[in-house]
Design a protein around this ligand. Structure first.
Ligand SMILES: Nc1nc2c(c(=O)[nH]1)N[C@H]1C(S)=C(S)[C@@H](COP(=O)(O)O)O[C@H]1N2
Ligand SMILES: [Mo]
Length: 523
């Protein structure tokens, strides 16, 4: 037997050292491949899913704190932290791998297989243990659009890890003459295992996954506690978002709204004076620009306030004004264009659903700009200043758009995602919103977006700037699991895009979906 192919047993400390180094390099290679595939296929990586899950455990205050002090979102920070963790796990796994091949006295030629098998083994653990915990479902079944792609991308990343680890540990462990030869042998073995890998991939895709998805139907639970949104959101249920660790609590007696900047006659209003001005009342739906696909950072209320232009006109705006800048008690700033400020539906609101504004919604006064995302709806307002520049507000300086027109949005409220249903049909329903464009149609699809049917019922919008509630009695063609998607068509006739986009910089897009299981009635 060729001497160089003999197994060389190394002392334990060397195993650890070689393993750590080989594991570290292999993990780095895996991360590069993972990031490249992430952009190639547009599916989130395992690390991102983990980051999302972990960031849910960061208290909101901590997220705000990071934001305030580092002016850096917690999410990328979390992502970098997890990449480091991933490299650490990769290094330790390298030790495990080298220890394993030493222990088992595996034939050198078999190492190509063992290396790949090691990677695939880690992948299996990730897909069946880690990803479900992170909310991605078995084999990424619940990872937005493209669970299969997610699992495949992860498989390629993990086998890259195994292959690089095998390649490196091979040359590191076997020293003396002949290891160049060994590497070549190893590479040719790897190539054939690569071919095997592609076949395995196809096998997993067309055979294992369907079987697996049958097996996991146990993850469906009862009908759950999903409820359909009401047209008007009660104040205590209205979503709350702010940048602050501690929100301002404004003393109504001391509060004044200063109208300054490029005006002929600066003046200020106290709350009584603001309330004494002619007011309007209108329904407006607000949605946060960070609202994800299917998210609940959207609510609807009736706002009473004074048209902004009535307030500005009294101060006589000077020529050359481009933007109207708003200041708030928490040093939040925002702006809208001069033209926009003249629209009668842009108001300085002091009542919400017939009550004074609650503290968390901006007491005593806030801006309401229909059609724009929440970032423009300045709470705890203290000053209004016409300016001659195109002013960038708090979020715009952090990479968000200055023209945050809401995108067409639709969402399922009922039934609960993963409901187990025993009836012949189920009432599905939710909300749809397209800002000032309004909603013309809402459709659902039960075949992955091939065919669409209009829903049975869409509520009359409460104003030109509100969401609508939609429902539909859905009867499946056959029993078993079914994934339903929803999309809306806005008043301009534009259909809500299926293209998935993250929230930054100008709001999420893509279709919301739910998966339910129609079970046969137990005997
Ligand atoms: N002063 C101030 N106004 C603000 C914010 C803020 O942090 N400070 N956050 C904005 C964001 S991002 C959103 S989505 C809305 C949320 O309004 P709500 O809490 O009443 O739903 O307020 C906006 N107005
Ligand atoms: Mo927001």
């Amino acid at each position: 037997m060729n001497e160089s192919r003999r197994h060389v047993v190394r002392p334990r400390d060397q195993i650890v050292k070689h393993g750590l180094i080989a594991g570290l390099k292999a993990a780095a290679a895996m991360i590069l491949v993972m990031i490249a595939l992430r952009f190639l296929f547009g599916v989130p990586s395992l690390t991102e899913i983990a980051a999302d899950w972990f960031s849910a455990f960061l208290p909101g205050r901590a997220v705000d704190f990071l934001l305030e002090t580092l002016s850096f979102s917690a999410k990328p920070l979390m992502f970098v932290g997890l990449l480091i963790l991933q490299i650490m796990i990769g290094s330790l796994s390298g030790v495990a791998y080298i220890g394993l091949v030493q222990l088992r006295e595996l034939e050198n030629l078999g190492r190509g297989l063992w290396a790949v098998a090691f990677g695939v083994g880690l992948w299996l653990i990730a897909m069946t243990a880690a990803v479900p915990v992170f909310g991605g479902g078995y084999f990424g079944a619940d990872v937005g659009r493209g669970g299969t792609t997610f699992a495949m991308v992860a498989l390629i990343s993990f086998t890259t890890y195994g292959a690089v680890l095998g390649y490196l540990s091979h040359s590191e462990v076997v020293d003396g003459s002949g290891y160049v030869e060994e590497r070549r042998v190893f590479l040719s073995k790897m190539a054939s295992w690569g071919l095997f890998g592609v076949l395995a991939l196809l096998g997993v895709n067309f055979v294992v996954r369907p079987i697996f998805s049958r097996l996991v139907s146990g993850r469906f639970s009862g009908a759950g506690m999903a409820i359909l949104s009401t047209e008007i959101t009660p104040n205590e249920d209205f979503y709350v978002i702010s940048k602050n660790i501690i929100d301002p609590s404004v003393n109504a007696n001391e509060w004044r709204l200063e109208i300054g900047g490029l005006v002929e006659k600066p003046y200020s209003l106290n709350l009584d004076e603001l309330r004494a001005m002619p007011s309007v009342e209108q329904f407006v739906t607000l949605e946060c620009i960070s609202n994800p696909v299917g998210g609940d950072l959207i609510s609807n209320a009736k706002w009473r306030g004074v048209p902004l232009w009535d307030i500005l006109e009294k101060a006589v705006v000077q020529p050359g004004v481009v933007d109207i800048l708003f200041r708030a008690h928490d040093d939040y700033t925002e702006s809208i264009s001069l033209e926009k400020s003249m629209l009668e539906q842009v108001i300085v609101a002091y009542e919400m659903n017939g009550q004074p504004l609650p503290d968390e919604h901006g007491f005593p006064a806030r801006l309401i700009v229909p059609g724009f995302f929440g970032i423009k709806q300045v709470k705890w307002m203290t000053a209004i200043e016409p300016v001659s520049i195109d002013y960038l507000g708090f979020w715009e300086r952090r990479g968000w758009t200055d023209k945050p027109y809401v995108k067409t949005f639709s969402r399922f409220d009922i039934p609960w995602h993963r409901s187990k249903l025993f009836d012949d049909s189920v009432l599905v329903g939710g909300v749809a919103f397209a800002g000032k464009r309004g909603i013309r149609d809402v459709e659902i699809s039960d075949d992955g977006g091939e065919g669409w049917v209009s829903v049975d019922y869409i509520s009359e919008p409460l104003s030109a700037y509100t969401w609508v509630i939609w429902t539909m009695e859905y009867t499946p063609a056959k029993r078993g699991p079914v994934t339903l998607r929803v999309r809306a068509t806005d008043g301009d006739g534009d259909v809500q895009t299926a293209e998935f986009r993250d929230t930054i910089p100008d709001g999420a897009s893509g279709h919301d979906d739910i998966t339910v299981l129609f079970e046969d009635i137990p005997a």
